[in-house]
Structure formats: structure tokens, C-alpha cells
Design a protein. Sequence first.
Length: 96
Amino acid sequence: MSLSEAEVRHVARLARIALSDEEIAVMRAQLSAILDYIAMLQEVDVSDVPPTAQVTGLTTVWRPDVVGEMLTQAQALANAPDQQDGMFRVRAVFEE
């Protein structure tokens, strides 16, 4: 499918991309080639392929949660830039 120069300019304007005349010619060829490949995909027989939302098996990639060694309060606060009463002290996010 060959796009016209006007169609490429329209797409560029929609994408808010400023293209020179030389760039328009390059994009015209490239976009036309992409549309040709998409047209080839339209010819593939998928009548025996059931509709699906997930083409791979649903498996989790997360490891199971395992309780490990815990830090003491002193270890957790050791590198804190500011602490007060055994807790991290941070700047207020919301003003009251």
C-alpha cells in the first residue's frame, strides 16, 4: 500500500512532528513498507486459531515469600540521616 505525500504529512501533523521534504519522502517509503507487511499478515489463515487473551501459560516468576533474618531497630536506623524516638524522621508531605 503506497501512501501519498499528503497522507504522510497528515500523520506527521497528527504526531506533532515537523518533517522536511526529504524526510517526508523517506517516511513515505518506510510507512508504505510497514503497511505492506501488515497487509501480508491479513492474508494468514487464522480460522483454526481460537481467540485468546493470553498465548503463554500463566506462571508466576516471583519466588515464594520466605521469612529471613530481620534487622534490629538499631541496625535499621544506623544509616538514617535523621531519626527520632527510634523511628525514621522525614519531612512532612502534607501541611495541616
